[in-house]
Ligand binder design. Structure first.
Ligand code: AMP
Ligand code: MG
Length: 412
């Protein structure tokens, strides 16, 4: 029997990302509840930031032209953050010619003044202040709107809101945002040998670990989770679970039962309920992988081997679910490091070996976590990065350069 060609990862990813379309339903949420949500529409600034010209230093505000004539000015009053010149009722709100105003960082620049001289370059004696420098107009002044002009787009639709975006929204006075509905994702493990934790194992049985890994990654992706548990290798029970997922979820993720010989139930069922592509991917670990669609539900079939399940989820399902959630695709960060260990590798597949990346005085150095068998979970639990070895590459000697991909948010 001829082997079907192995499909390159980029190819599979491209097909998934072009097939999937993002959810469109949206809702308004207060920003306190919007962490991890994806913006349904761009955010346009309703105001200038900063909202008024203000001082970037503690010092004196004045008219720069006044210092050409002499170096001593009369102190007119003061401006503090939240308390502009004139708010105390004295001397009006304009900095008069020949005068200066004591000003603190963040305070509104008084009208008339066009620069700030820092206090280290000034000497006060009663109500006379002597300056030791000649300022440039605009010096130490933060201009109104210089950070964000009113009407400009500050965040694009498809941005996932994190600690970087939320304070920005707050600085614009935006109390609520329109975000996309979260995808609802069903998951299940298949296999007669699988037992849930908390129950004793009979001979030949193992604990279901994949569901815990997949669940943890789904939680990080901020999706709604429908856990359908462990389904035995039984066509009727599998059908019932798939129909349940189809009624309630936007996507179904299974693990196990997609390798040759055992795939039959899953495959038959999927062919009957929807459209499915079973792929043999040119990656290691994780050769067997399925992607397709039930009537209303996207389907992702992960391999059963625990490390393969985690790696294919991270490399393929994460970007696919991010797209479903409406997020813009971002390729993972990849770096170059020197491997401290020799690495076993056969040409033909893209390897995602598990490594420990460290900064050293000589640059980035990566070590292998040992056995790279796809059933050996410790290779993943001790790692902090993938060592990504190109498809055509063979054995790697210690000291060679390799590409590394630090674990992203799902595996951190
Ligand atoms: P399969 O893809 O069903 O042929 O499974 C491949 C290997 O992964 C077998 O050794 C299974 O026992 C194991 N496996 C499958 N599902 C799980 C799971 N949920 N947790 C742990 N190991 C699993
Ligand atoms: Mg199985």
């Amino acid at each position: 029997m001829g082997q079907p060609a192995l499909r390159p990862l980029d190819d599979a990813l491209h097909e998934m990302l072009t097939t999937l379309s993002p959810l469109t339903e949206s809702l308004a949420l207060p920003i306190e509840q919007a962490l991890g949500r994806v913006l349904a529409e761009p955010v346009i600034s309703p105001m200038d930031v900063p909202p008024f010209d203000n001082s970037a230093m503690d010092g004196y505000a004045l008219r720069s032209a006044d210092l050409a004539a002499g170096t001593t000015l009369l102190l007119q009053g003061r401006a503090l953050a939240g308390h502009p010149l004139g708010c105390e009722g004295a001397y009006g709100s304009t900095c008069e010619a020949g005068h200066c105003v004591r000003i603190m960082t963040g305070a509104a620049l008084p009208e008339g003044a066009d620069c700030v001289i820092m206090q280290e370059e000034a000497q006060a004696d009663g109500n006379r202040v002597t300056f030791t420098t000649t300022p440039q107009p605009g010096q130490h002044v933060r201009r109104r709107g210089e950070d964000i002009p009113r009407g400009s787009e500050v965040l694009a639709a498809g941005t996932r809101l994190t600690a970087r975006e939320l304070p920005l929204l707050a600085s614009l006075g935006i109390a609520s945002v329109r975000v996309l509905r979260r995808p609802k994702v069903a998951l299940l493990s298949t296999g007669d040998e699988l037992k849930a934790v908390g129950t004793p194992l009979a001979h030949g049985e193992i604990y279901d670990s994949n569901r815990y890994g997949v669940r943890a990654m789904l939680e990080r992706l901020n999706v709604e989770i429908l856990d359908l548990g462990i389904i035995p290798d039984d066509p009727e029970q599998l059908r019932a679970a798939f129909e349940h997922a189809q009624r309630e979820a936007d996507a179904l993720i299974t693990s196990g039962g997609v390798s040759v010989g055992e795939a039959d139930y899953t495959k038959q069922l999927l062919e009957e309920l929807g459209e499915i592509g079973f792929w043999k991917l040119a990656i290691k670990p994780g050769k067997p992988f399925a992607f397709g669609r039930l009537a209303h539900t996207w389907f992702f079939g992960l391999p059963g081997n625990p490390v393969s399940a985690m790696v294919t989820f991270d490399q393929l399902v994460r970007p696919a679910l991010a797209r479903l959630a409406g997020e813009r695709y971002r390729a993972p960060l990849r770096l170059t490091a020197i491997t401290a260990d020799a690495l076993k590798k056969a040409p033909g597949r893209l390897d995602f070996q598990r490594g420990i990346l460290e900064s050293t005085p000589d640059g980035l150095v990566v070590r292998s976590t040992g056995s790279q068998d796809s059933g050996v979970f410790s290779s993943l639990s001790r790692a902090n990065c993938y060592i990504v070895l190109e498809c055509e590459r063979g054995r790697v000697a210690a000291g060679e350069s390799v590409t590394v991909e630090p674990f992203g948010s799902l595996l951190q």
